[in-house]
Write a protein that binds this ligand. Structure first.
Ligand code: GLU
Length: 381
């Protein structure tokens, strides 16, 4: 049987502060290099990799000479502003290889809103998709800590990583940690605690095992990892918690080093379609001509040229119903344009979108990945 790693195509790797920053408060450069080499290896196998990195606050703390004291919110934000530069330059350096082609990081700083607000979510997703299509670019994500206040933050990079996994329909999320996985009890307190190799559902028992936060440097601990697993599994993304501290942590996990696997029941694609068909309220209707209706049945996206009418008031990223001229419901999807913009471009060729609107997000009104078709047409919404 293929391992989760072998099967995965789109992988998110989360690296915590306590792994990046060593005991003397310096970046563990030698270790980081081995992580970069592992990522390059995965890329060479044709897998797409996105990194979620912590460490900005921890590194900025030193630049600002704050020492180890508890920081006020503004101080944390200031530390993140300084430390993010140090952090990303270490990643950039780690990806410079002497004997093989180098890779280049693309920095993405996200806020909670970028994953919750559907318009911004579509923007962040298409930026990440564009970067992932480039063979020598590795998107490196952190939370935009410098301006977000506590209540507007995801707060920890475990959950941020899971949200990014959901956003780009990743099929594997790897949380590199200071521990090799989930235990029934805290193994730092009880060394005989039982290890849990596999989880397929987050039960209340599993949540109880997670307890509180463990390490001092990061903000996570097991609790946020379990929260991350909930988000990932619901999005059809498998998750691994594995030990990250030693050299070549990803290669070790690929070779079968002990870790806890959280197995998703669905695929990212089916989970996303389920989310579109189930949880989202449609705010408008596109009535499409026969040619477009036939194209949709053949797995094509909905183009502006095939739409006859737009009803409702909606924003880019909102859900809309797609109907035939006879009033049958053909499907439901996320609109790439607002109702105001859609009204101006329907009937037009995709190559004319920019001329009409003055800008263009994409050629399609509803992309096929953002669409769920009805098995047989219904008369009502
Ligand atoms: N975004 C924070 C940082 O870069 C880390 C949050 C976390 O470790 O969970 O310092």
């Amino acid at each position: 049987m293929k391992t989760i790693f072998e099967q995965a195509h789109r992988i998110i790797i989360k690296v915590g502060s306590s792994l990046i920053i060593g005991e003397n408060n310096r970046v563990r450069e030698e270790w980081l290099k081995t992580v970069a080499e592992d990522i390059a290896h995965l890329r060479g196998l044709g897998k797409q990799v996105t990194v979620i990195t912590s460490g900005a606050v921890g590194l900025g703390r030193q630049t600002l000479r704050y020492g180890a004291r508890k920081l006020e919110l503004e101080e944390k934000q200031a530390a993140a502003a300084c430390g993010q530069i140090t952090l990303i330059s270490h990643w950039a350096k780690a990806f410079q290889f002497e004997n093989s082609e180098s890779f280049y990081p693309a920095q993405i700083l996200l806020t909670l809103d970028d994953s919750e607000n559907r318009r911004r979510y579509l923007n962040a997703r298409s930026t990440l998709e564009t970067l992932l299509a480039e063979p020598h670019i590795i998107p490196i994500v952190n939370e935009n800590d410098t301006v977000a206040t506590e209540e507007l933050k995801v707060g920890d990079n475990d959950r941020l990583a899971a949200r990014v996994a959901q956003m780009i329909s990743a099929d594997l999320l790897v949380l590199l940690s200071d521990i090799d996985g989930l235990y029934v009890e805290n193994p730092f307190i009880n060394p005989a605690a039982e290890f849990i190799p596999e989880v397929s559902r987050i039960t209340t028992e599993i949540e109880a095992m997670a307890g509180g936060s463990g390490s001092m440097l990061g903000s996570g601990g097991m609790r946020t990892k379990i929260e991350a697993a909930k988000i990932a599994l619901a999005a059809g993304c498998h998750m691994l918690i594995g030990k990250g501290a030693e050299m070549h942590p990803l290669e070790r996990l690929m070779k079968g080093e002990r870790c806890t696997s959280f197995r998703a029941g669905a695929t990212p694609k089916s989970a996303r379609k389920h989310w579109i068909s189930g949880s989202l309220k449609a705010l408008g209707v596109y009535t499409v001509d026969e040619g477009a209706a036939a194209a949709l049945q053949n797995g094509k996206s909905l183009l502006p040229a095939g739409v006859r009418e737009v009803e409702g008031a909606f924003e880019r990223g909102d859900a809309v119903i797609i109907k035939s001229l006879r009033g049958e419901v053909l499907g439901k999807g996320l609109s790439a344009y607002s109702s105001i913009d859609a009204k101006r471009i329907i009937g037009a060729r995709s190559s004319e979108i920019e001329k009409v609107l003055g800008f263009k997000y994409r050629d399609t009104l509803v992309h096929r990945d953002d669409m769920v078709l009805e098995i047989s047409g219904r008369k009502n919404i």
